[in-house]
Design a protein around this ligand. Structure first.
Ligand code: ADP
Ligand code: GLC
Length: 494
């Protein structure tokens, strides 16, 4: 099966969050299962410059404000993934964050930048970009790539099935309705029941309406988003399509996140030889300027700082953590108010709380390896990868019971401890008190090393593999192809 993955980021070239980890790991996992997989990516500097043996397959000419658009094929340095890259220097040759300008606001031409990504995806799927390669299925990730599904639906001869994956329903790609005309789609795409969303154009909705199949990144989130509480205003659309919606849990890329081989951590270890983990903890305390105390339970956070991630709840529970001799090490970037609050806590308790603002991949590994507990108190979490990395590194996750967090962590309640099923700590209410209670349970267990180590070993034995996910995706691709053949989702161009 030939599969085209369309996405805005890929690890290690461009990463703002878990999406890049997924687009870096899913293609090789699909290839191991026998699929012929290629990526389609925007020509952001770090991506375009990473293409080895580039070959121009199409010169498209001016489009979406760009004077020159070309599609170049090659392999990405490092990962060796086969990829098509859209060279449109006017739209993509910008340093920094792929979605935001240096002022922290969305790039003003994001509509054009991501419409082009979808347009090229659809035309690749139609066999009009590369005469030598035409996919059987187009898999679009998040709102950035969602318009590909609408362009395919508007292009009746295309045989390729389409799958749209929601990585985060909260980011929808909304643009002024007056700009709809720039997309070159029929007005039927907009009204009635189209991609209009509260008088705006919604790229996310284009994926939800026009993809042959929809998926999201955990079974629990797949259920949650059909409810008003988690549906971000799109739960009705998702309920209408619930027969076509699946939850497929992300995996852990063991070439990247593995304490036995990780070249970024102070000492390597595995479940049978945990001495290296204590060494990683001491190194982390040094690096973050915390008291060098082996007996202090060290809580870690690696996160985008947004309200999604619930770190305000953690700040509310901080006094209890500090009073019991705990430590907190945070690495994150984002919301200035949260950054300031964390900075304030670190200034007040420099030996117990430390913050690194910014994005740093090696340090994220050192933090996950060195902490005793990784805290992910999200208000919602489509999948979440950091808790899975924590499990692998024997760093017990403390999480809220939502989305993929609920699907991957087993709470250390008495019953689970007795049956040797526990892998972390789970709380329910999005309130500091609920988080605090879980934190106190974690600290109590920490004081009982044999039991703590039993939970660590159980956590490290968890297998969340990309092989399992890849097989599920292949099944979904088969459904999408059959559905495109039998009951295509059409969008009339008239
Ligand atoms: P999300 O995609 O919502 O941010 P995930 O848990 O799925 O959440 O993935 C987050 C990814 O981004 C993980 O690989 C995590 O290690 C990484 N990450 C988040 N913040 C930082 C940071 N400040 N520095 C380095 N890596 C980070
Ligand atoms: C999103 C979600 C996160 C998920 C990631 C990869 O960024 O917020 O929960 O793990 O995508 O699918």
């Amino acid at each position: 099966m030939k599969v085209l993955q369309v996405a805005a980021e890929v690890f290690p070239q461009v990463k703002t969050g878990g999406l890049a980890d997924v687009t870096g790991a899913l293609p090789p996992a699909l290839a191991r299962e026998g699929a012929d997989v290629r990526l389609l990516l925007p020509g952001l500097p770090a991506i375009a410059d990473a293409l080895a043996a580039p070959r121009t397959v199409a010169r498209i000419g001016p489009m979406f404000n760009a004077a020159r658009v070309e599609v170049v094929q090659g392999r990405l340095h490092g990962s060796d993934l086969p990829a098509y890259v859209i060279e449109a220097p006017y739209l993509y040759r910008r340093a920094g964050n792929p979605y935001l300008g240096p002022d922290g606001h969305d790039w003003p031409d994001n509509l054009q930048r991501f419409a082009l990504l979808g347009w090229v995806g659809a035309h690749l799927a139609a066999g009009e970009i590369d005469a030598d390669w035409q996919p059987d299925v187009l898999h679009a990730h998040d709102w950035h790539a969602a318009l590909a599904c609408a362009y395919v639906a508007a292009h009746p001869p295309t045989a390729a099935g389409t799958v749209f994956t929601i990585h985060n329903l909260a980011y929808q790609g909304l643009f002024p309705i007056g700009d709809f005309g720039l997309l070159g789609l029929s007005h039927r795409a907009l009204w009635p029941h189209g991609i209009e969303f509260h008088r705006q154009v919604s790229f996310m909705k284009a994926g939800l309406l026009f993809a042959d199949r929809i998926s999201t990144v955990s079974p629990t989130y797949a259920r949650e988003i059909t409810t008003p509480e988690f549906g971000c205003g799109l739960d009705g659309v998702l309920r209408d399509r619930h027969h076509d919606l699946r939850g497929i849990l992300n995996g852990v890329d063991r070439d990247v996140w593995n304490p036995a081989t990780d070249r970024w951590i102070a000492a390597r270890y595995d479940a049978s030889l945990l001495a290296g983990k204590a060494y990683c903890k001491a190194a982390l305390q040094r690096e973050f300027g915390l008291d060098a105390r082996a007996d202090a339970p060290l809580f870690g956070v690696v996160s985008r700082l947004t309200s999604q991630k619930g770190l305000d709840l953690l700040l509310g529970a901080l006094p209890a953590l500090l009073a019991r001799g705990g430590q907190l090490a945070v690495q994150g970037t984002g919301d200035g108010v949260l950054e300031d609050a964390l900075r304030g806590a670190a200034a007040q308790h420099p030996r117990q709380v430390a913050l690194h603002v910014g994005y740093d991949e090696p340090r994220a590994h050192r933090l996950v390896a060195g902490a005793d507990v990784i805290v992910v108190p999200s208000r919602f979490e489509p999948c979440g990868l950091t808790q899975m990395y924590g499990l692998r590194y024997g760093t017990l996750p403390l999480v809220r019971r939502v989305g993929g967090l609920a699907d991957t962590v087993v709470d250390a309640d008495e019953a689970a401890l007795a049956d040797d099923r526990a892998t972390g700590f789970v709380f329910d209410q999005a309130q500091p008190g609920a988080l605090e209670a879980a934190l106190l349970r974690a600290m109590a267990l920490y004081r009982d090393p044999p039991r703590w180590q039993a939970v660590m070993r159980r956590a490290m034995a968890q297998e969340f593999t990309w092989t399992v996910a890849a097989r599920e995706y292949l099944g979904l691709y088969g459904e999408a192809i059959a559905s495109r053949r039998e009951k295509p989702r059409r969008l009339s161009m008239r």
